[in-house]
Ligand binder design. Structure first.
Ligand SMILES: Cc1cc2nc3c(=O)[nH]c(=O)nc-3n(C[C@H](O)[C@H](O)[C@H](O)COP(=O)(O)OP(=O)(O)OC[C@H]3O[C@@H](n4cnc5c(N)ncnc54)[C@H](O)[C@@H]3O)c2cc1C
Length: 532
């Protein structure tokens, strides 16, 4: 296979033009080969001449032509390549008395169950929330009338926290084993568009994600897996430090010797239970802040040089700033053409996040403006200190908005006065909102850092610090506030049979890296146990 990189074409190019460009580079006929796009990225540095940059793998119809071409064409961007396929390990020897239990059907649990099912382990997936389509109705009802279901909401339910999201699939996790591509391939097999396999910033809006998680569930069931919804794991039963059973909904016990804890970053009651059971956990740094909204056309103009571009869609940004006080402020989970969502999961507490649909066609761009916090910032010591910190902020946010999403204009935020009327930017929020004082929710140093950061970003993106930009809060669920300690090779916790996995356990941040950790955990179980 010949790999060619750095192929540049205008963003409105046709497929034909790409094929002809490859033929020209290889000095051969366009019928002499087939090709596969491996990477596509956008170069928008020259706004009047924006380009897509490609890496493609080319298979010559006549294999012998490959070496002839490489002798003829001397270019550092052209080389022979051979892809190493992903390989799931062979089953181990140890007898597995009961089917493995997977707690949570977010990306980590879902992918762990998918690979265990395909390898013949017949996993049992226990999910406290509802299946995706019912959950969607429950969440829409919450956004309409504010009635929260603490077990089925934006954080909990089939597909996990990632289902109501912008569905950004890019990850910074290094991956020598090919698990990243495996995740994307599974998504495509379950109905995602093929472009996600090569786009620099692939994304699957909420409307697409709901269908994908349901399809993956059906695939797992066909391969021998089972799902139980409205099924919360409330206790773990151990004998001589080894798992014997899991308790669900405070009553039924299910015999188990393997339990994957893929419970996500918001399973606070479950973290409290694990702490009581003596599972080693430690507090972990994460980040908190507010979600900022701007008109999407303003962002397109700043980043593309035009208010709209049908080939590129809504523009996205990533900004960072180091404050005088030494803290870092950065944009997180940016949602172009998206919505701010009420992402709460506990009564009288309010947390926000962002989502978008596949089309990314709302009038606003939003992202979280967040500041790193460490265990030193937490109100109490111990593994649950970060949870206590989050709850403090979310109670303050709930109070500030009286149960609605509290919103403040940046100008008022700077003057430290509550907002009373909007400017030109009109909120795009899922859930009721109210204009008030948002700055007061945050610890002073965090609030000050965000002001300094937004002013700094205004120098990079014109209008970012406009006085009518909107700030909604509180963004407190950026990643897990703790880590469940696990052995780095066996991936087991300090008590036998427990496999902490995904974002909640502190080993992932985002949909793709959580799914990759799910695959990794399935591999660890397979290496140890015989399948059925
Ligand atoms: C609104 C929103 C938007 C986001 N946008 C993006 C994005 O665009 N791109 C991105 O990469 N990431 C995004 N994220 C983050 C991403 O969703 C998470 O990183 C990812 O879902 C973590 O996967 P996970 O499987 O580890 O945990 P989760 O997805 O949180 O899943 C955990 C599951 O466990 C279940 N559970 C918890 N406790 C129990 C119990 N005791 N018994 C049974 N079940 C239990 C929960 O109900 C939940 O379904 C977003 C998150 C939110 C909330």
């Amino acid at each position: 296979m010949i790999r060619i990189s750095q192929i540049k074409l205008p963003v409105n190019h046709t497929e034909e033009q790409l094929k002809n460009k490859i033929a020209k580079i290889l000095r051969c006929g366009s019928l002499d080969f087939s090709y596969e796009i491996k990477k596509q990225s956008l170069d928008a540095r020259h706004k009047e001449d924006k380009k897509f940059v490609y890496t493609v793998d080319v298979a010559m119809r006549d294999n012998r032509a490959e070496s002839k071409i490489l002798r003829k064409v001397h270019d550092n961007n052209i080389m022979l390549t051979e892809e190493k396929p992903y390989c799931f390990p062979e089953p181990g020897e140890e007898f597995l008395a009961h089917r493995p239990v997977v707690v949570g059907s977010g990306p980590a649990g879902l992918f762990c169950a998918w690979y265990l099912a395909r390898a013949g382990y017949r996993p049992l997936v226990l999910e406290r929330g509802e299946e995706a389509s019912k959950r969607q109705q429950t969440v829409e009802r919450f956004w309409q009338n504010g009635i929260l279901d603490p077990d089925s909401n934006v954080q909990f339910g089939e597909g996990g926290a990632g289902t109501f999201s912008d569905g950004k699939l890019n990850t910074l996790v290094k991956d020598p084993f090919g698990r990243n591509q495996e995740v994307l391939k599974r998504f495509v097999e379950a109905g995602a568009p093929g472009e996600i396999l090569y786009q620099q910033k692939p994304h699957l809006g909420t409307d697409v994600l709901v269908q994908i998680v349901e399809t993956m569930r059906h695939q797992i069931e066909e391969m021998g897996g089972t799902f139980r919804f409205r099924t919360k794991v409330t206790d773990l039963i151990f004998r001589e430090n080894a798992l014997k059973a899991v308790e669900i909904n405070g009553e039924e016990q299910i015999p188990a010797v393997v339990c994957v804890l893929a419970v996500g970053h918001s399973a606070r009651d479950t973290f409290e239970m694990l702490n009581r059971k003596g599972i080693y956990m430690e507090p972990k740094s994460f980040a908190v802040g507010l979600r900022i909204e701007h008109p999407q056309t303003m962002m397109n103009l700043a980043l593309y040089g035009e208010e709209e571009n049908t080939f590129l869609g809504a523009a996205s940004y990533k900004v960072t700033h180091t404050c005088k006080n030494g803290r870092g402020v950065y944009s997180f989970c940016m949602c172009p053409g998206g919505y701010v969502v009420n992402a709460s999961s506990e009564p009288d507490m309010l947390a926000v996040n962002g989502m978008s649909y596949q089309a990314r066609d709302s009038r606003n761009a939003n992202s979280a403006m967040i500041v790193t916090v460490t265990p030193q910032d937490f109100p109490e010591e111990g593994p649950l200190g970060g949870v206590a910190f989050q709850r403090e902020l979310e109670r303050a946010a709930w109070k500030a908005g009286q149960g609605k999403v509290p919103v403040q204009l940046f100008g008022d935020y700077q003057k430290q006065v509550p907002s009373t009327e909007l400017g030109d930017v009109v909120p795009c929020i899922k859930g009721a909102y109210t204009l008030t004082d948002v700055r007061g929710i945050l610890p002073k140093e965090v609030g000050d850092s965000i002001e300094e950061g937004i002013l700094a970003f205004g120098k990079k993106i014109p209008g970012f610090d406009r006085p009518d930009a909107l700030l909604g809060g509180v963004e407190s669920r950026t990643s897990s506030p703790l880590r469940i300690v696990r052995d780095k090779d066996l991936l087991q916790a300090n008590l036998e049979g427990i496999y902490p996995c995904g974002e909640g356990a502190g080993y992932a941040g985002g949909i793709t890296s959580a799914a990759m950790d799910g695959i990794k955990t399935a591999e660890a179980i397979s290496k140890k146990f015989r399948n059925f």
